[in-house]
Design a protein around this ligand. Structure first.
Ligand SMILES: Nc1ncnc2c1ncn2[C@@H]1O[C@H](COP(=O)(O)OP(=O)(O)OP(=O)(O)O)[C@@H](O)[C@H]1O
Ligand SMILES: [Mg+2]
Length: 348
């Protein structure tokens, strides 16, 4: 096969690929390989280009045994690490030198590694979150069986704590199921015709007791007349419940929570007709280092306080998925000492 033809074949492979013949020089490489490694690689000895020991071993093995070999190639473009699985295969009778050459392809497996890392983290987090209340429950059961068996006052107190812990587990399982459902429907477009101001009003009514017990004044500011949009009513109620609940729970020390609805024909972010719902508090705010991670599952800015208030850390993860399903955006602004504003932008 001529060199031109070889180069053509290699350039058609849809991932970084190169060929090395028995003189140990690179005889062909496609554009992806040149971008990954460096531009002028054809004609050079492969070990001066590929310096990672595992990859060098695999190529040598393939050239010597004429059999397949495999290795990992790690690269970093300055911003992020990428892991490639390098597959080496021997081709008989190609290349200028008799005996053949070997073809190495570089498949990007970073997302596979990332997904399995995420799954491991998730299982570890769920187990940890469940174990804490479970350990407490087991402790109290022991105490009730032993030392507190005949102490009616202690029994009543312990049962109350046990009910709290059981409730927390129940909430956690509920949130996990909810997250699962939201994620699985993320690609299904919502299609109910809704009126947003009414939905917010009724969400607020159900949060009234929480606001009163936290001594927080909640106000709703909406344009006159109906604000209609297409969405999933139950899910949007879940979004606003969590945002308002967070504002009361974590920002309530500011004394008030404001909800504002703004509708426009041309939203600067959505580039079209949209509605914005802003939930603002005047509480302690959130440090900027936490903001980008708040929508991660189980992430809490102040984990001690959140746990104490019964939070599972799943609320904003659910919010994000629901807003994605509505093709909307979530914006967070916060200044330490001044308060936070969570903005939901939905296309209309
Ligand atoms: N308005 C706010 N002011 C200050 N911190 C906030 C505010 N809203 C959210 N946070 C922080 O973000 C974290 C994540 O919120 P999220 O709603 O995801 O979880 P949670 O409220 O702890 O649990 P859940 O919503 O499942 O009950 C909270 O634990 C809290 O630390
Ligand atoms: Mg919450």
């Amino acid at each position: 096969m001529s060199d031109d033809l070889l180069a053509e074949f290699v350039s058609a492979i849809p991932m970084p690929a190169l060929m090395v013949d028995q003189t140990e020089r690179i005889i062909a490489a496609n554009d992806d390989a040149k971008t990954l490694l460096t531009q002028n690689i054809v004609g050079r000895h492969f070990a001066t280009i590929l310096r990672q020991p595992g990859v060098i071993d695999a190529i040598e093995q393939c050239l010597h045994t004429n059999g397949p070999a495999k290795a990992r190639h790690l690269s970093n473009d300055g911003a992020q690490d990428t892991t490639f699985e390098v597959e080496c295969r021997y081709l008989n009778g190609v290349g200028a030198v008799s005996g053949g050459a070997m073809l190495a392809t570089f498949q990007d497996v970073s997302h596979v590694e990332q997904a399995s890392q995420m799954r491991r983290d998730f299982v570890a987090n769920v187990s940890h979150e469940l174990r804490t209340p479970l350990t407490a429950l087991m402790g109290f059961i022991e105490t009730l069986r032993g030392p507190a068996r005949d102490d009616a006052a202690a029994r009543a107190r312990f049962l109350e704590i046990m009910a709290d812990e059981a409730n927390r587990m129940n909430r956690l399982v509920g949130d996990l199921l909810s997250l699962n459902r939201v994620e699985s429907e993320e690609r299904v477009r919502p299609k109910d015709q809704l009126e947003l101001t009414g939905l917010l009003q009724s969400t607020l009514n159900s949060l009234r007791p929480l606001a009163e017990s936290a001594n927080v004044e909640v106000s709703l500011n909406a344009p006159e007349g109906p604000v209609s949009l297409i969405g999933d009513g139950d899910q949007l109620r879940q979004v606003f419940t969590n945002l308002i609940e967070n504002a009361i729970k974590y920002g309530g020390s500011g004394g008030s929570v404001d909800i504002r609805v703004e509708s426009s024909e041309r939203d600067s972010v959505m580039r079209g007709p949209a509605v914005r719902v802003l939930v603002s508090d005047k509480g302690p705010g959130i440090d900027a280092i936490h903001l980008p991670r708040l929508t991660e599952r189980f992430y809490r800015a102040d984990s001690h306080r959140s746990r104490q208030l019964g939070g599972t850390g799943l609320g904003l993860a659910i919010v994000k998925h629901i807003i994605n399903r509505h093709r909307g955006r979530l914006r967070m602004h916060s200044e330490v000492g001044k308060g936070s504003t969570f903005t939901v932008i939905l296309p209309r």
